[in-house]
Design a protein around this ligand. Structure first.
Ligand code: AGP
Length: 586
């Protein structure tokens, strides 16, 4: 996923664009570029690397003019190099564009345009937008008509912003986010409110299939058929304004430490929706749950809770798998979709397949203005504030908070969990962060890390593995404790590191037995438990609490282990290589 941003107003565009890109960098950060319009000329500067690196190297902020566009890239088509970085210019240099998403039919459009003597420099799909706009503008000499003709030929999910030769900004969105900021200093167009939140909290949210034109006359919106559309101004909640690291070295660490508070706020602004969610589940015969990555791991926790405490069977399916089973759902189905961003393409595709089968769509989302919220019949908000670190931390435990609340209400209050008690216990775990940092040092030279858990701790083992992979780039694998003897034990030797999730609950003795089997093969054991054991080479203590609440506590030391091991391995915890915060491409 990439960041796109545009600005037209009374002050220098390049400074506004670079600062907005810096705040949206978590969306993708392979390369960066800016284009501005002044003295009837479009100037472009771009390069490989993070915003500050490219800005320091190429002085992005010195580009002249009060009109401009900017981009940070997460590469999908074409290598990470300067030529493939955005903005892309049309052959004649009269139009520049920045793009987020994928143009599925770019190859055929590229051939057609090459046949019409338009030439290309990059390997990207995005570049065809610039030349297709140029082709239609060369014929019509009309920006609005060029935009409509262009979007009618594009296939795929995309949003883009273009600068035309007279300084007009034009943008379009089709299943990729695009938001307009309306400020005193001018207009902003961005993938994310973070792109302009420091300038205005007034926004317009164009719908899918709409075009925006911003020129000396102001702003105009219309649909892909050319019909004018109106949208009211929305006030953006102030929570987005606090997107700063404060005294923390990284957003990831800040967000780990926010969890004792964020779990208490989960769902606070969706009380009515939670009630509706619960009755929808009670009335459902077939319940499915889906998500990607961390959200899928939260879905597995939900599956466990409903089965153990409510004898309700929920079928969990990874979102990217659904497309291979188009008949998975029917009009008796209810699909619960979990997604922090509400924009993950795999989740959106799974939801569309379910919706087309007549299924009811319920969702648990952090960004309530997202595409998933728009397509759901009931959406519950995580209310955990923006999560900037690419590795999901506070959003995961906030997902758990809401899942527990809903499961408890559906299972007639049979799940004993007290979020205030959990929050206090979480704070206690965070107090031992310096001890955990010392333990993280042993992982520095690990080549493989295994995490074992049984019952509800197995999804936590999967989540632990994902955190370690993402943050440290070390191979990590989550395993059900009972499966070791069926194969994985062959992997265990004196080079192995095994994290054992072993709270003092109904899984304790079996998991301790597994730990002894592993220890007998020479592996090093990190035990996460409220009870010490001689089998642990390193013990990370968590407070004792009732059985159902342990998942909230045991994931926190693992998040810290992964974060501190990332520092040891000198990776960037906030922006892991090859990843992006929300994967809006399939
Ligand atoms: C988790 O740490 C990763 N950032 C990733 O797996 C993420 O959970 C996944 O891409 C799903 O994102 P979503 O919750 O925004 O849909």
């Amino acid at each position: 996923m990439c960041s796109i941003i545009g600005y037209r107003g009374d002050v220098s565009a390049s400074k506004i664009l670079v600062s907005g890109l810096r705040r949206m960098e978590y969306r993708g950060y392979d390369s960066v570029g800016v284009a501005t319009f002044s003295d009837s000329q479009i100037r472009v500067k771009k390069g490989v690397g993070r915003v500050d690196q490219v800005n320091n190297r190429s002085n992005l902020q010195t580009l002249p003019g009060n009109i401009g566009i900017g981009h940070t890239r997460w590469a999908t088509h074409g290598r990470v190099n300067e030529t493939n970085a955005h903005p892309h210019m049309s052959s004649s240099g009269e139009i520049a564009i920045v793009h987020n998403g994928i143009i599925d039919n770019y190859k055929e459009l590229k051939e057609i345009l090459q046949g019409r003597k338009y030439f290309f420099k990059s390997e990207t799909d995005s570049e065809i937008i610039a030349n297709l706009l140029q082709y239609h503008y060369d014929i019509t000499k009309d920006i609005k008509r060029s935009m409509i003709k262009t979007v009618r030929e594009l296939k795929g999910d995309y949003s883009f912003v273009a600068i035309f030769a007279d300084g007009t900004l034009a943008a379009a969105r089709f299943h990729e986010p695009l938001i307009i900021g309306v400020g005193k200093k001018g207009f902003f167009i961005s993938s994310d409110v973070l792109g302009f939140i420091e300038h205005t909290d007034e926004a317009i949210y164009p719908d899918n299939g709409e075009v925006v034109i911003i020129n000396f006359g102001g702003i105009e919106l219309f649909d892909f058929a050319g019909n004018p559309v109106m949208h009211h101004l929305t006030k953006i909640s102030k929570e987005f304004a606090d997107v700063y690291k404060g005294e923390y070295a990284h957003f990831t660490l800040k967000e780990i430490f926010e969890q004792p508070n964020s779990i208490l706020r989960a769902g606070d602004n969706s009380r009515t929706e939670i009630e509706a969610f619960v009755s929808a589940i009670r009335d459902s015969r077939q319940i499915y749950i889906t998500g990607s990555g961390t959200s899928y791991n939260a879905a597995l926790v939900a599956k466990h809770l409903f089965l153990k405490y409510g004898k309700k069977k929920i079928d969990a399916i990874i979102s990217s798998e659904v497309r291979f089973y188009p008949d998975y759902f029917d009009n008796q189905s209810t699909l619960i979709a979990l997604s922090q961003s509400g924009e993950s393409a795999d989740v959106m595709e799974a939801v569309k397949i379910a919706k087309d089968s007549g299924a009811q769509i319920l969702s648990i989302i952090n960004t309530m203005t997202s595409s998933l919220a728009q397509i759901s019949s009931i959406s519950v908000g995580l209310n955990c504030g923006p999560e900037i670190g690419v590795a999901a931390t506070k959003s995961f435990t906030s997902q758990l908070s809401i899942i527990y609340k809903i499961a408890d209400m559906v299972c007639d209050k049979s799940i004993e969990f007290d979020l205030k008690k959990i929050s206090t216990a979480m704070s206690k775990v965070l107090e031992s962060s310096s001890r955990i940092q010392k333990t993280a040092r042993v992982l520095k030279h690990a080549s493989d890390i295994y995490i074992i858990g049984r019952g509800i701790h197995y999804p936590i083992a999967l989540e632990a593995a994902l955190k370690l992979k993402e943050l440290t780039y070390i191979h990590a694998e989550g395993l059900p404790g009972g499966e070791l003897k069926h194969g994985p034990l062959a992997l265990m030797d004196s080079n192995s590191f095994v994290i054992v999730i072993n709270p003092n609950d109904s899984t304790f003795n079996d998991t301790l037995t597994s730990a002894r089997e592993i220890k007998a093969r020479g592996a090093k054991i990190i035990g996460i438990s409220d009870i010490e054991s001689d089998v642990y080479d390193h013990w990370i203590e968590i407070p004792s609490i009732n059985e159902s609440a342990y998942p909230f506590l045991e994931i926190v030391p693992i998040q810290l282990l992964a974060y501190y091991a990332a520092l040891e391995n000198e990776t960037d915890p906030d922006y892991p290589r090859n990843l992006a915060k929300s994967v809006t491409v399939k």
